[in-house]
Design a protein around this ligand. Sequence first.
Ligand code: ZN
Length: 205
Amino acid sequence: MNYFLFIQYIIIFILGLLIGNFVTTIYYRLPKNIIIYGFNEKFSKPPFCSNCNHPLRFYEYLPILGWLTNGGKCNYCLANISFSYTIIEIACSLLAIYCFYSFKNNPDLFILVFLLGISIILGIAIYITYNIIPLSITTSIILEAIIFHALYNQTIIYTLSSLCFATIFCLILLRKDNLNYRNQPIKIPLILILTVLLLPFLMSY
Ligand SMILES: [Zn+2]
């Protein structure tokens, strides 16, 4: 591996970490309906400790580095910072490296697969923590999948038909599960995502 390529991978890794840091912000704020700082400075608040609400300085929420410098604890209230943030950041940077390795000659695919991957990481992380998948994440995954197949297979008929199949499948499931679906409404978007992602691959063989 030559030096130039090595430096490229390092830059992609750091960029992935920084984007992953933003992903953790969405992961924390989206299910709680907190506006993300920067979009609306009047009504939103800068990064803060989720335990004592103390605003954080920029180096205190840096990916990995911030976690290492304060030993996984908040500098103000000493509460433990969940390791899940670091896992999300690392997952995003590994995803960036995978996308760069696979699609570095195809910027369209690089960005699409990266966005798709990030939406899936976010969906899984929020699902594990809160047992829900926000509708905005489901929608973004479906949109990204449709664009992906339009570019990659030059057709969106597979995606559209799989979306129909997924919807019918979910409706049947919903009807069968009628009595207790209120307790687990999450399964519907999850199945929708999986079917939308899987069916086009099945149908292309
Ligand atoms: Zn704190």
